[in-house]
Design a protein around this ligand. Structure first.
Ligand SMILES: *[C@@H]1O[C@H](CO)[C@@H](O)[C@H](O)[C@H]1NC(C)=O
Ligand SMILES: *[C@@H]1O[C@H](CO)[C@@H](O)[C@H](O)[C@H]1NC(C)=O
Ligand SMILES: *[C@@H]1O[C@H](CO)[C@@H](O)[C@H](O)[C@H]1NC(C)=O
Ligand SMILES: *[C@@H]1O[C@H](CO)[C@@H](O)[C@H](O)[C@H]1NC(C)=O
Ligand SMILES: *[C@@H]1O[C@H](CO)[C@@H](O)[C@H](O)[C@H]1NC(C)=O
Ligand SMILES: [Zn+2]
Length: 514
């Protein structure tokens, strides 16, 4: 089908929906669905193998509402009702709930949570790779004693290859959780303001410098954020009118090259999509791909009239798996769908849900590429958002559209139309009561901000539990309601690394009775 026609058709289904569910009227449809499900569950045997490889997919801000609404959008983009769609994450074998609170916070952030699910230790909000004995923004020699190691480091110590894929800056909280130790997530670069000479003299190092100076063992990195690595006087490679932010006279990309040469490692820095696409397995020991000046683009904005200058999250995931798979000892890979969160902060459900669909596609692709006999795939979120879905919409009602129910057109108290999706707080908030009707055309627009109860410039995170999905060796450990920090611990047990390596825990490989 012609692409333009497909886009037009998708637009129609986004605005007007689709409503044929006639086969659902027959009991046999539901018995047959249940029978299939039952057979799947009855034939399931726990996989007690050692996980040679582990992939952790982290949907930043991907609460359960985002999964439900994203699933519906995914189905509707295929011209279906949407509610019955099966996402790649939900078709994985095991599921659990994760309690996301931080030690000092009911509703938490991506730094404290990354520390939890990557190191196995909960900490304070805004801190990365340090236990809660450290204080926020603290810079002192004490910090050395509070460092906690991430599963990426454990995997490297076990001789595995390790990689990071993110759609945000590679110095942002989630990817930094794999390699950095910092008392403040915003110490991303030496900008002389948020992070300055005083911080450095007191023993702190900015996150970008930590990546280059102390974590050069990482095999593959794909994400954005060149501005954090370049000096104020360095022009960006691609966005010519932009420069870096560093004022410590260090161009960290040059420093990376120098460091790799010192280590006699074959290496490649890539900043553009053509160099990215040309990367082949076994070509280089280390690949540093910083593919955007800032965060990478939203999926919804990535392809503009056939002009593409950044790879998709699926392309980065595929490339990372290909490059990492050459190690006979296996690999650990973190893949972050990092901009679901950022779109939600703008109360921009359409971009958030399109990010979700792209993230779910990357999961589907990875699940096709790997062998779950030896590869554990875990999908989770760090925290939720104040994002809601409801209003008695009828089946197949466009998820980004107006509430339209079976019996009558639901209207707000003023007698006005409203949307199925809304936010508890955020920039779409009602500074005053809205006294006009919304139209479906405006609510499905790419820039529409769903309405909120409380007006705020920046919508906040949500505090409820998030889901963990898993498939592969020991995936049955993901069961029940668990502390978020259990995720790192369970993944380490599945591959007998870190606290479960041969020296610390010699029975790991044998006690599971594989
Ligand atoms: C660095 O920033 C801190 C505040 O975070 C300030 O107290 C200090 O004076 C600054 N140091 C320099 C050298 O600018
Ligand atoms: C920088 O360049 C981009 C296009 O590459 C343009 O859209 C933007 O307006 C420019 N900004 C400034 C400050 O010149
Ligand atoms: C790198 O190679 C050079 C020349 O072969 C050698 O002198 C040096 O010790 C090597 N460095 C490391 C870190 O292996
Ligand atoms: C990509 O980067 C390489 C290395 O800087 C450069 O040689 C090449 O021309 C770039 N390609 C594009 C399409 O910008
Ligand atoms: C708003 O829409 C509802 C439902 O379509 C309609 O009944 C009502 O008259 C509209 N109000 C205005 C002010 O257009
Ligand atoms: Zn956030």
């Amino acid at each position: 089908m012609d692409l333009k026609f497909l886009v037009f058709f998708n637009f129609l289904s986004l605005v007007f929906g689709y409503a044929d569910w006639s086969e659902d009227e027959y009991p046999e449809k539901w018995y047959s669905n249940a029978r299939d499900n039952l057979e799947k569950l009855l034939s399931r045997k726990p996989n007690k193998n050692m996980a040679k490889n582990t992939i952790l997919f982290l949907g930043d801000g991907m609460g359960i509402t985002t999964i439900t609404a994203g699933r519906i959008l995914k189905g509707q983009l295929k011209g279906r009702n949407g509610e019955e769609e099966v996402t790649n994450m939900e078709s994985m074998d095991n599921v659990a709930l994760s309690k996301t609170y931080g030690i000092d916070s009911q509703t938490t952030d991506s730094a404290a949570t990354a520390t939890a699910y990557l190191t196995g230790v909960k900490t304070r909000v805004a801190m990365i790779g340090l236990s809660g004995r450290a204080k926020i923004r603290e810079c002192s020699p004490q910090l050395e004693n509070y460092k906690v190691k991430s599963i990426l480091k454990w995997a490297k110590e076990a001789g595995k290859s390790v990689g990071i894929v993110t759609t945000t800056r590679i110095t942002h909280a989630t990817p930094a959780g794999t390699y950095a130790h910092t008392s403040y997530r915003n110490f991303e670069t030496f900008d002389g303001k948020v992070f300055n000479l005083t911080h450095q003299q007191n023993g702190c190092k900015d996150i970008a410098a930590q990546l280059i100076d102390e974590n050069s063992y990482i095999d593959v990195i794909f994400g954005g954020g060149r501005r954090k690595f370049l000096r104020k006087e360095d022009r960006d490679y691609h966005e010519w009118n932009k420069t870096g932010e560093r004022v410590d006279n260090r161009n960290l990309i040059n420093d990376w090259h120098y460091k790799m040469e010192q280590m006699n490692k074959t290496h490649k820095f890539v900043w553009n999509i053509s160099d990215f696409e040309n990367l082949r397995p076994n070509q280089y020991d280390h690949v540093l791909g910083i593919l955007a000046w800032d965060h990478m683009k939203y999926e919804a904005d990535r392809v503009v009239e056939d002009y593409i200058d950044e790879p998709s999250i699926s392309e980065m995931t595929q490339k990372a798996i290909e490059l990492l798979s050459t190690n006979p000892n296996g690999y650990f890979l973190l893949v972050e769908g990092g901009r679901i969160d950022l779109a939600h902060h703008n109360s921009n459900a359409r971009r958030a849900l399109e990010e979700f669909v792209a993230f779910d596609e990357a999961i589907g692709l990875a699940n096709k590429m790997v062998d779950h006999e030896d590869t554990l795939v875990v999908v989770t979120a760090d925290h939720s958002h104040e994002f809601n879905i409801g209003g008695y919409s009828k089946r197949g009602n466009p998820i980004l559209g107006l509430v339209d129910s079976i019996e009558y057109r639901e209207l707000s108290s003023g007698g006005y139309t409203f949307t199925s999706l809304s936010y508890g707080n955020g920039p779409g908030g009602l500074k005053e009561i809205r006294n006009r009707n919304l139209t479906a055309k405006e609510t499905t627009n790419i820039d529409y901000h769903q309405e909120s109860a409380v007006f705020m410039e920046y919508e906040t995170h949500g505090g409820e539990d998030v889901a963990i999905f898993a498939k592969g060796p020991m995936s049955h450990l993901f069961d029940g309601t668990v502390e978020q920090s259990f995720i790192a611990y369970a993944m380490a047990y599945a591959s007998c690394i870190g606290p479960f390596d041969r020296n610390s825990y010699p029975t790991c490989e044998f006690e599971r009775g594989a």
